[in-house]
Design a protein around this ligand. Structure first.
Ligand SMILES: *Cc1c(COP(=O)(O)O)cnc(C)c1O
Length: 359
């Protein structure tokens, strides 16, 4: 039996979107490919409120994260981590010979604009990397406020991992001063895994021009230059299947569901899950910085999350245990992509039945 996914990626994908993945192939050097890729970029620019170029990569989001920190750090990167994915960015820097410092806050807390201000005031850094939505803890960092601090300083590139939030919660890329915003297809956009997307500002481009050794496949400047020259075609063969599905899904989001409705639905889902969690358990994250796409729940009843998931599986659902060291201390319910209010009611009702909790 298929288990409906309430895990923070890959997400449940609508049947009509899955079917678009089976579209017959076109040549990746054809006018059709240019047309498809240009339309995807134009629609993504609308969703991200940006004039920046859009880059697509046939890699998961981690690929573009690695490319971004490597291509745009000339001096030293300041990486702000609130959990597993922030640390990943720091490791990527070290493994690419990119100088970086890690600034961490305890799991469940958010990065403060003051922390960023203090780090930048040293003059040591020329890039700031922050996770927007920390999937391991359910924290959503105040990116807009952090962006304001970053913009006080000259020539700092601001890169944001929005893998588990973009297209599920509003992010105004240009207004918030974001140079590179990164996301993957298998999270809030609601597609299968295998492709990633980023915005790439003019400032990021100018910085990358000064950075030698940007790698090859994930050289964001090379991708940028190529799509300018070749009318949105990519240097190596991209996952056209994802592009067909992405193009279809962006049209659905912009013209059928409506982007504001999509964001409102995510907030409604988040509120539902938070209310349920507070009634029966506790929230793990700081309540001032709760994620709109995934909720981490403190396991105050010491339930066996594995056993719960087994029973849920028999009923056709899957949720997620805690991440890393939080494995049994928390569990997570994702509420992103095309998850409906009815889907969530159904899930919570089934959990209540299994754990013998009141509705
Ligand atoms: C899932 C996730 C990633 C990793 O993305 P991949 O597409 O699996 O490489 C990075 N950051 C965050 C916040 C995530 O949720």
């Amino acid at each position: 039996m298929h288990k409906k996914l309430f895990i923070p990626g890959p997400v449940e994908v609508r049947k009509d979107v899955l079917e678009k993945m089976a579209t017959p192939m076109i040549g990746h050097r054809s006018a059709d490919a240019s047309f498809l890729q240009r339309r995807i970029s134009d629609n993504l620019r609308k969703i991200f409120y940006t004039q920046s170029e859009i880059l697509l990569s046939t890699s998961s989001g981690s690929g573009l994260m690695e490319g971004a920190i490597r291509c745009c750090t000339a001096k030293k990167a300041a990486v702000f981590s609130v959990g597993a994915f922030g640390k990943r960015w720091y490791e990527m820097a070290l493994n690419n010979n990119v100088k970086a410092d890690l600034f961490e806050v305890p799991m469940g807390e958010a990065v403060t604009p003051e922390m960023v201000d203090k780090a930048l005031s040293t003059g040591e850094y020329d890039l700031v990397a922050v996770t927007h939505n920390e999937t391991s803890t359910g924290v959503m960092n105040p990116i807009k406020e952090i962006g304001k601090v970053v913009s006080k300083y000259d020539d700092i590139i601001f890169i944001v991992d929005a893998v588990s939030s973009a297209v599920g919660t509003k992010i105004e890329v240009d207004e918030w001063g974001i140079d590179i915003l990164i996301t993957s297809t298998q999270k809030a956009i609601g597609l299968p895994p295998g492709m990633s997307i980023c915005t790439f500002s003019n400032k990021a481009k100018e910085r990358a021009e000064k950075v030698p050794n940007r790698g090859f496949y994930l050289d964001l400047l090379a991708l940028y230059k190529y799509i300018q020259k070749k009318d949105y075609q990519y240097p190596s063969t991209p996952s056209l299947s994802h592009m067909f599905a992405l193009d279809y899904q962006l049209d659905y989001i912009l013209n059928k569901e409506g982007i504001e409705n999509r964001y409102a639905r995510h907030i409604e889902l988040a509120k539902m899950v938070r209310a349920w969690a507070k009634k029966h358990f506790e929230l793990f994250a700081d309540e001032k910085h709760l994620s709109n796409t995934v909720t981490a729940i403190k396991n105050t009843r010491a339930i066996e999350v594995g056993a719960l998931n087994k029973e849920l599986a028999a009923r056709g659902f899957a949720i997620s245990n805690g991440y890393g060291t939080l494995k049994d201390k928390t569990f997570r319910i994702a509420h992103m992509a095309d998850c409906t209010i009815e889907d969530m009611k159904d899930l919570l009702k089934n959990i209540n039945e299994i754990l013998k909790l009141e509705d």
